[in-house]
Write a protein that binds this ligand. Structure first.
Ligand SMILES: Cc1ncc(COP(=O)(O)O)c(C=O)c1O
Length: 378
């Protein structure tokens, strides 16, 4: 049982045993469906856990030179790469860390294909199947005018020479039934082209480790796909599913003020800087031990961040007992995406990073200070 008293604030703390549970499930899918699952670094880059991650997953997928290098150095294997556009100045180095590269347009493929093929890196195209069930436009790559992926009308009946794979990413926190319908759309539009390639990367957005995800249905869908296209190696690259519900962001109440009848507790962290998805998506983060919605008659609080951004707050939550200055407030499920998206806006420090080990000990892996803030400025 995790003992938050041993953990400083603010701190992202991952529980090793929860990560292992997720990885075991992903490995099970990989084995049963005979596919490859790689970790999307954009969603989960906590490299101090990679020695464990690589025991279960086949590698990583990167969206930039920095991520590709991190995957190569810390996961210990070459990465899959996809980016809307590659830089001339980075491309040669990028190839040294990569084994698969997906291009977002035929222009990009034509520009870089000779170098990639000469380096022995397998080339693919990102397709836009024009089907996505993602309701938040910010996360929907199939909106009109989307820059992500090639629509069917831009490709002929035969894929360009040198293309060995197709890549599609149109899911976000979706289940296997959405995947099934998405595959129908992909096959309807790109079925004849799927027969011409060696691999199909189904992107991320598969929330396989969510409690009610129907894993057996997923395995059936993937096996069906394999039966229809025995030529394909199928790859999935989830990020969220790796870090899903594996840890917390700890904080301390610094002050409590009454703002026109609303109790506001100010924390030693920031929603804008340390949990940007809560404001961007938006979604109301879960606080351990709190009622997620206000309960009449119970002490109720709004939580404010340390920055001067007026909107840097979330609420309201109720508790059984009134809060006091110095109390600890723990946000749940703060490992995937939050850690990679933190900023030092307003000069706030980045939260520390730690691991609650399977033997119930705590390791403070890293703390940040002035150097991390100053490093980004000049
Ligand atoms: C191309 C691609 N692959 C994989 C992912 C990972 O998605 P998720 O973390 O939702 O599984 C993303 C997320 O945006 C992506 O854009």
């Amino acid at each position: 049982m995790i003992d938050f008293k041993q953990i400083p604030t603010p701190c992202y703390v991952l529980e090793d045993r929860l990560l292992r549970k997720n990885l075991e499930l992903l490995k099970y899918v990989e084995q049963e469906a005979e596919i490859e699952i790689i970790c999307a670094l954009k969603g989960f880059s906590m490299f101090s856990t990679f020695p464990m991650v690589r025991q279960y997953l086949a590698g990583s997928t990167a969206s930039s030179l920095n991520e590709a290098r991190l995957g190569f150095e810390e996961m210990g294997s070459k990465t899959h790469v996809y980016s809307p556009a590659y830089l001339d100045t980075e491309f040669d180095e990028l190839l040294t860390y990569s084994n698969h590269i997906s291009f977002n347009s035929l222009n990009q493929f034509n520009k870089f294909k000779d170098k990639a093929i000469a380096a022995g890196v397998s080339c693919g195209l990102r397709i836009n199947p024009q089907y996505s069930e993602v309701e938040t436009e910010m996360y929907n790559p199939c909106i009109a005018g989307s820059r992500l992926g090639i629509t069917r009308n831009q490709l002929g009946d035969t894929l360009p020479k040198g293309i060995e794979g197709l890549h599609s990413h149109t899911l976000c926190e979706n289940d296997s039934f959405t995947l099934e319908r998405t595959l129908q759309a992909i096959e309807e539009r790109f079925g004849s082209l799927l027969k011409q390639v060696k691999w199909l990367n189904l992107g991320g957005g598969h929330l396989i480790t969510q409690a009610d995800y129907n894993v057996e249905h997923l395995i059936g869908v993937l096996k069906g796909l394999k039966t229809r296209y025995p030529n394909l190696k199928i790859i999935m690259e989830p990020g969220s599913a790796v870090g899903w519900r594996t840890g917390y962001l700890t904080s301390t109440v610094l002050d409590i003020i009454d703002s026109q009848g609303i109790n506001v507790a100010i924390l030693d962290l920031s929603f804008a800087a340390h949990m940007p998805d809560t404001l961007e998506m938006p979604y109301k983060p879960i606080i351990l031990g709190a009622y997620q919605e206000p309960v009449a008659g119970k002490p109720t609080y709004r939580f404010g961040g340390m920055t001067c951004l007026a909107g840097d707050f979330y609420g309201d939550y109720s508790f059984d007992k009134p809060l006091e200055i110095g109390d600890s407030i723990v946000f749940d499920d703060m490992i995937h995406y939050t850690m990679v998206k933190t900023t030092t806006f307003n000069g706030v420090n980045l939260p520390s990073i730690g691991i609650w080990r399977e033997d119930d000990s705590f390791d403070l892996i890293k703390s940040f200070g002035y150097a991390s803030f100053k490093d980004r400025l000049s």
